[in-house]
Design a binder for this molecule. Structure first.
Ligand SMILES: [Fe+2]
Ligand SMILES: [Fe+2]
Length: 203
């Protein structure tokens, strides 16, 4: 199945699987991801759009539905791996597995969706784009998102800025958890440290 056909079918699935608000978020995230991909070499905008559109496809499942879906996809290990980290985190890897099983989505789309919540210690460019778009698509109203959006539309948004922006996204997410005395997933710490290194912060 080609990427446009996949995108069409994923879009149709969102109607049945997501609330109107979540669907709007997914579409706005897809549009922003495609826009960012157009600015950089190495990521095709159609793939970025698909990643944005599908990244939350299983986000509205209940805990029980998540468990059943994971078992149905032979991904029961995910439940153990994410035990204790809250039901919210698992929708990312499970959504990636679901989309691969159903549509055979390309590896970079799979990888971006798999890690869009936590980040990854080895992020590809599409993952960085998806993390940024997920955090600050135009429907995100918190001030941090507005601040990042204004930087993205400014003149200094270069290839290097992609890593910088993704680092800012993770920083906000980590601050949010730490300020509420919540634990932080090790994958997010690894991702943040990696982005610090490649953006020149070594200590
Ligand atoms: Fe998500
Ligand atoms: Fe999202």
């Amino acid at each position: 199945m080609n990427i446009l056909k996949m995108t069409e079918q994923v879009a149709a699935e969102l109607d049945a699987k997501l609330s109107a608000e979540r669907k709007r978020h997914s579409i706005q995230c897809a549009v922003m991801a495609a826009d960012l991909a157009l600015k950089f070499r190495g990521v095709h905008p159609d793939r970025a759009y698909l990643a944005g559109l599908g990244h939350d496809i299983l986000r509205d499942l209940s805990e029980k539905e998540t468990l059943l879906t994971a078992q149905g996809l032979g991904a029961g290990k995910l439940i153990k791996r994410f035990a204790g980290w809250g039901h919210e985190l698992i929708h990312a890897p499970l959504g990636a597995i679901y989309l691969r099983a159903r549509y055979c989505v390309p590896a970079d789309v799979f990888n971006a969706i798999e890690f869009h919540s936590t980040g990854s210690p080895r992020p590809g460019r599409l993952l960085l784009i998806l993390m940024i778009s997920d955090f600050c698509e135009p429907g995100r109203e918190y001030p941090e998102a507005a601040r990042l959006r204004s930087r993205i539309s400014g003149p200094g948004f270069t290839k290097e800025a992609l890593s910088f922006m993704a680092r800012e996204v993770l920083k906000y997410k980590l601050e949010y958890l730490l300020n509420r005395n919540k634990p932080v997933c090790p994958a997010s710490v690894g991702a943040y440290n990696y982005l610090c290194r490649i953006t020149g912060i070594t200590q």
